[in-house]
Design a protein around this ligand. Structure first.
Ligand code: 13P
Length: 247
């Protein structure tokens, strides 16, 4: 039985003061019906980690090298020093705006695992690819590339987030049927790469305009084990509604 894993992704939102306010409101409402968490901008991570007792706190990115001349970057060791155990990698916004490639996502995934961090690895097709019926090919390729050289024992720790780019921040959620079909394809790719037993252990999230009202039926889909939530994770009441609605 895979435990649901539901994370907010705050993206470039919330100051430290706003982070404190959110965690004070939400942390005490967290139930054991899922691994609940939030991806928080670097600057507020330490404070978030200090205050959160129930919420898991994730970085939204990380560099793939141990240290060195990489101006503006943050390493796994720096995240670990403040107790961070999760990191979101390869989000489509990083691929689209910051030159993230399948190769860098792979290097970051390996670096996260080497350092004992749990990576949430994002994959997903663009609108153009969706309309050209390329979704299956894109998600299989991205999944295989991101997980190249991941050791068979490590794969069960990885969380995959399927986020169709056309559904992110657009209010256009993929139907549960589409989301389920693609998550099943990702699991099939995992089975090809790592064997069925490992594939059955990996948790796969859907992300893209997820709302509190939709969370329960989304997670009833057999291959969907969680969600990565942008907009609806920014407001405390909306986050709490997700916790409550999951049951
Ligand atoms: P929205 O929920 O705002 O569509 O964002 C999804 C997302 O990108 C989560 O990583």
């Amino acid at each position: 039985m895979r435990k649901p894993v539901i994370f907010g992704n705050w993206k470039m939102n919330k100051t430290i003061a706003e982070t404190v306010e959110f965690i004070n409101a939400v942390d005490k409402e967290v139930k054991d019906n899922a691994d609940w968490g939030i991806g928080v901008p670097y600057l507020a991570l330490a404070k978030a980690k200090e205050l959160a007792g129930n919420l898991n706190i994730a970085a939204e990115n990380m560099h793939f090298k141990d240290n060195g001349a990489y101006t503006g970057e943050v390493s796994a060791e720096m995240l670990k020093e403040i107790g961070i155990e999760w990191v979101i990698l390869g989000h489509s916004e990083r691929r689209q705006y910051f030159g993230e490639t399948d190769e860098t996502v792979n290097a970051k995934t390996l670096q996260a695992l080497k350092n004992g961090l749990t990576p949430i690895v994002c994959v997903g097709e663009t609108l153009e690819q969706f309309e050209a019926d390329e979704t299956e090919n894109v998600v299989r390729t991205q999944t295989a590339a991101a997980l190249k050289d991941v050791c068979p024992n490590c794969i069960k720790k990885v969380v995959i987030a399927y986020e169709p780019v056309w559904a992110i921040g657009t209010g256009k959620t993929a139907t549960n049927e589409i989301a389920q079909n693609v998550c099943a394809i990702i699991r099939d790719e995992l089975a090809k790469l790592f064997g069925q037993e490992a594939a059955d252990a990996v948790r796969i999230q859907y992300g893209g305009s997820v709302k509190p009202e939709g969370i329960k039926t989304l997670l009833e889909q057999p291959d969907i084990d969680g969600a990565l939530v942008g907009g609806a994770s920014l407001v405390a009441d909306s986050y709490i509604a997700m916790i409550e609605n999951l049951g």
